[in-house]
Ligand binder design. Structure first.
Ligand SMILES: Cc1cc2nc3c(=O)[nH]c(=O)nc-3n(C[C@H](O)[C@H](O)[C@H](O)COP(=O)(O)O)c2cc1C
Length: 307
C-alpha cells in the first residue's frame, strides 16, 4: 500500500477573494509586475500588486531614492509613475501574460483622484484595487493617519468601482483600530497592515541624508513587529475584517506569525530586492513548518494566537 501523503492546504480567502496561494507580492516591490516576470515566478503568488499610480503623472523625488539601513531598507521614491491614462495604455495590455491576478494600487492627493485611478483600473479589467492611503513620501498629509480623511477616500473609491477594494494603512497610526474601522465602514473589503514606517538615515562621512527627501519609508525585516502590532490590534477589535499582513516577511515562519496575529494573507515586499525568487523558498518553509506543527490548513491559523 502506498503511504498517505498529506498535502498542506495553502489556499486562503481574503474577504471576497479566493487566493490559490497566501502570498501577495507587495506594491512597488515588483515594479509594474510585468517588468518582474523574467525574475519572479508569479504563479506562486495568490496575487501581485502593481506599483501605485496616481491620476496625473508624478515625477517622484530626485536621487538618492533608496538606501540600505541595517538589515532594513529606506526608500523615498515619491511614487514616480506615468499617471493612470498612460498606465492603462502601456502597462495594462501586458498583464494578461502574468500567471497570477494583478491588482491595481491607487494613490492621489484627493478622494476624487483616488476614485478616478480606481475606476481606470476597473475599466481596464483589474479584479481588485488597493488604496494606498499610507505613502510616507508625499509632502502633503498622509490619509491613513486621520479616520475621516481615510474614510472619505475609501467612500469615493467604493462609489466609483464594483471590484473588491483594500485599504493600505500605516504602522505610524497610533489609532490603527479607528482608522481600520473607518475604512471598513466606508466600504473597504480588507485592510493591508502595513505600508512602510517613517524612517531616515545619514552618511556620517558626507553628512548627507540617505534619501534626498531626508525622511522616507523604512521596510524589511525590522518592521515586522510594528506591522504585527497593527494586525493584532485590528483583529482583536474587528475579528471579521479581513487583513492582508505585510512588513518584514522573509521566511515561512513569518507568514505563520502574521496568520496567528489575525492575517488571512501575507504580503511579500522588500525581500524581493535581495531575493527576487523568495516566494518558492518561503512556500517550501511554510509547508515544512506547518507539517511539523501538525497544521493541515493554513487558513485555520488566522487569529489563533493564544493569550
Ligand atoms: C522600494 C519600495 C517601493 C514601494 N512602493 C510602494 C507603492 O508604490 N505602493 C504601496 O502601497 N506600497 C509601496 N511600498 C510598500 C510595500 O508594498 C510594503 O507595504 C512595505 O515595504 C512593507 O513590507 P516589507 O517590509 O515586506 O517590504 C514600497 C516599498 C518599497 C521598499
Amino acid at each position: 500500500m502506498l503511504p498517505v501523503v498529506r498535502v498542506t492546504d495553502l489556499r486562503v480567502e481574503l474577504g471576497p477573494i479566493a487566493l490559490k496561494s497566501p502570498l501577495v507580492a507587495a506594491a512597488g516591490t515588483v515594479g509594474s509586475v510585468v517588468d518582474f516576470t523574467e525574475v519572479t515566478d508569479f504563479s506562486l503568488y495568490g496575487a501581485a500588486v502593481a506599483k501605485s499610480v496616481s491620476g496625473e503623472p508624478w515625477t517622484g523625488r530626485p536621487a538618492p531614492r533608496v538606501g540600505p539601513a541595517g538589515v532594513g531598507m529606506l526608500n523615498g521614491i515619491g511614487i514616480q509613475n506615468p499617471g493612470i491614462d498612460a498606465w492603462i495604455e502601456k502597462v495594462a495590455p501586458d498583464l494578461a501574460a502574468v500567471p497570477t491576478e494583478v491588482w491595481g494600487s491607487a494613490v492621489g492627493n484627493s478622494p476624487e483622484e483616488f476614485a478616478r485611478v480606481a475606476a481606470g483600473y476597473a475599466d481596464a479589467g483589474l479584479p481588485a484595487v488597493e488604496i494606498n492611503l499610507s505613502c510616507p513620501n508625499l509632502d502633503g498629509h498622509m490619509f491613513a493617519l486621520d479616520p475621516e480623511l481615510a474614510a472619505e477616500v475609501v467612500a469615493a473609491v467604493r462609489n466609483a468601482v464594483d471590484v473588491p477594494i483594500g485599504a493600505k494603512l500605516s504602522p505610524n497610526s497610533e489609532n490603527i483600530v479607528s482608522i481600520a474601522d473607518a475604512c471598513a465602514t466606508a466600504g473597504a473589503d480588507w485592510v493591508v497592515l502595513t505600508n512602510t514606517a517613517w524612517g531616515a538615515g545619514i552618511d556620517i562621512q558626507t553628512r548627507r541624508p540617505t534619501l534626498s527627501g531626508v525622511i522616507g519609508g523604512y521596510s524589511g525585516i525590522p518592521i515586522k513587529p510594528l506591522a504585527l502590532r497593527c494586525v493584532i490590534e485590528v483583529h482583536r477589535a474587528m475579528p471579521e475584517l479581513p487583513i492582508l499582513g505585510c512588513g518584514g516577511i522573509s521566511g515561512g515562519d513569518d507568514v505563520i506569525e502574521y496568520f496567528l496575529a489575525g492575517a488571512s494573507a501575507a504580503g511579500i515586499g522588500t525581500i524581493h530586492f535581495a531575493e527576487p525568487r523568495a516566494a518558492r523558498r518561503i512556500l517550501r518553509e511554510l509547508r515544512s513548518r506547518l507539517r511539523k506543527l501538525g497544521v493541515d490548513r493554513l487558513a485555520d491559523l488566522t487569529g489563533a494566537m493564544e493569550t
